[in-house]
Write a protein that binds this ligand. Structure first.
Ligand code: IPE
Ligand code: IPE
Ligand code: MG
Length: 236
């Protein structure tokens, strides 16, 4: 809830949800259990985002590089995604969440890709929160794909601009993230939203993703509210 001095709430929060494997390893459990536990943190974070008035939440769930993991882990993650979608979609829809998927969804196979598309269509009219799921997503691939679209459309060099290029990315219509959170102590972008995070405030926490609580989300928002965003201009 906003207090008397009304903190600045980021319109768009993007999260690199990292540390599921280490969370499981620390308990002597298989990595798959860490991923499963991570879905509970996803649920908590979506609820917290709605509660705080965040309008866009982007979750990095599977990178274009994650295909390099052992096939068993890829299967576990894909299975979990399918399970999550089937179990959570009704509630997401009831809570006014619009689902948008970015990334190469076709790589998950035609069935899951179709389920994702159906979920997007079903929730398209919702306005409480836009939940962007980055699945088989890579920032460089996104940029290359945008360049391909421009070339395929025969766009003249003069017609290209930053706004035009942004409209060719998978995030067309979604404002740039204001706050980028990464859990688990790693401090890198790992090929996430390269173009879109040009001026995002970066927030790193040692908390492993399955341990990420509502209070950790609120703490990140409080830190964001203290930041001075200059965008290259001189402060007042
Ligand atoms: C994040 O947890 C989930 C995905 C990348 C899919 P990790 O699986 O990367 O967990 P760590 O980094 O090995 O602890
Ligand atoms: C980034 O985490 C991708 C996701 C959270 C989906 P990784 O664990 O794959 O990143 P690296 O390999 O440590 O950079
Ligand atoms: Mg990791």
């Amino acid at each position: 809830m906003a207090d008397s001095c009304s903190p600045v709430i980021p319109r768009h929060v993007a999260i690199i949800m990292d540390g599921n494997g280490r969370w499981a390893a620390a308990r002597g459990l298989p990595r798959a259990i860490g991923h499963r536990e991570g879905t509970k943190a996803v649920r908590r974070t979506i609820e917290a985002a709605i509660e705080q008035g965040v309008q866009y939440l982007t979750l990095f769930a599977f990178s274009s590089e994650n295909w390099q993991r052992p096939p068993e882990e890829v299967t576990d993650l894909t299975g979990l995604l399918r399970y999550y979608l089937r179990n959570e979609l009704n509630e997401l829809h009831e809570n006014g969440v619009r689902l948008v998927v970015i990334g190469e969804r076709d790589r998950f196979g035609p069935n899951l890709a179709a389920e994702l598309a159906q979920a997007e269509v079903r929730t398209a009219g919702n306005t409480k929160l836009t939940l962007v799921m980055a699945l088989s997503y890579g920032g460089r691939a996104d940029i290359v794909e945008a360049a391909r679209r421009a070339l395929a459309a025969g766009l003249s060099p003069d017609a290209m601009s930053e706004a035009k290029f942004a409209s060719l990315l998978s995030t067309d219509g979604i404002p740039d993230p204001d706050l980028l959170i990464r859990t688990s102590g790693e401090e890198r972008i790992s090929n996430f939203l390269l173009w879109q995070t040009a001026y995002a405030e970066l927030y790193f926490t040692d908390v492993l993703w399955p341990d990420f609580e509502t209070a950790d989300f609120t703490k990140a928002l409080a830190e964001f509210a203290r930041r001075e965003r200059r965008f290259g201009a001189r402060p007042e």
